[in-house]
Ligand binder design. Structure first.
Ligand code: ADP
Ligand code: AMP
Length: 218
């Protein structure tokens, strides 16, 4: 199963990715998570991408394509993968199509999570993430049991630096300018289906699963 989750920052991609990947037993691959990890470790890549991420700009395509190719070469992707946050530009999508064609592979579906910009600002400014395992929470809609502590691993919950409001607005503008064209790109490829991401998390999940199953005939 090879899937892409598409949608603006805050649409719920990471939240849904965790569930979908568990259901199909495929790794969920988030380029954003990989970059944050590289920044934390202060690797060469981390130093190269840090400024773009803190400004809410996209990382240059060649850096993104490099880490995705490296990640997809890992054996755990043999039965498929779910991409969260990649591709984000038309050149990334085109390069990814070439990569799949070379391997004789194809995508099963692209899921678009649709959410209004004003809701996204509220979601992102209230988002908290576990510093240790990356689990996603929200100060109003998905509270942790013990304040500031991850329910899953007891790690510390933090606010991402790029979730402060000024950066959020820039990220949403960047999405409209650079990533939105991918909706048409995958629509034309006959791969895209849309889910209303403003519904409760469990309803969004059920609709995603129904959409995937319709496409793969399971
Ligand atoms: P993305 O990965 O697309 O940036 P996240 O999955 O991190 O988005 O979700 C952003 C914020 O919105 C998080 O705080 C999350 O808990 C919350 N959230 C996700 N899905 C929903 C939903 N369906 N309804 C309300 N809040 C949600
Ligand atoms: P995310 O965790 O998906 O919200 O991504 C956080 C940040 O990482 C984005 O704002 C970008 O700066 C960078 N990033 C993640 N994925 C990509 C990508 N596919 N292309 C370019 N930049 C990316």
């Amino acid at each position: 199963m090879r899937l892409i989750l598409l949608g603006p920052p805050g649409a719920g991609k990471g939240t849904q990715a965790a569930r979908i990947s568990a259901e199909f037993m495929i790794p969920s691959i988030s380029t954003g998570d990989m970059f944050r990890e590289a920044i934390k470790k202060q690797t060469l890549l981390g130093k190269q991408v840090e400024q773009y991420i803190s400004r809410g700009e996209l990382v240059p395509d060649e850096l993104v394509l490099g880490i995705v190719a490296e990640r997809l070469a890992q054996p755990d992707t043999a039965n498929g993968f779910l991409l969260d946050g990649f591709p984000r530009t038309v050149p990334q999508a085109e390069a990814f199509d070439r990569y799949l064609a070379e391997k004789g592979q194809s995508l099963n579906a692209v899921i678009e999570l649709a959410v209004d910009p004003e809701i996204l600002v509220t979601r992102l400014s209230g988002r908290r993430v576990c510093q240790n395992c990356g689990a996603v929470y929200h100060i109003v809609t998905k509270k942790e049991k013990q304040t500031g502590v991850c329910d899953l691993c007891q790690g510390q919950l933090i606010q991402r630096e790029d979730d402060y409001e000024a950066t959020v607005r820039n990220r949403l503008a960047v999405y409209t300018r650079q990533t939105l064209p991918l909706i048409r790109y995958y629509q034309e490829a006959g791969l895209l289906f849309r889910v209303d991401g403003t519904q409760p998390i469990s309803v969004v999940y059920q609709e995603i699963m129904t959409g995937i199953r319709e496409r793969v005939g399971q």
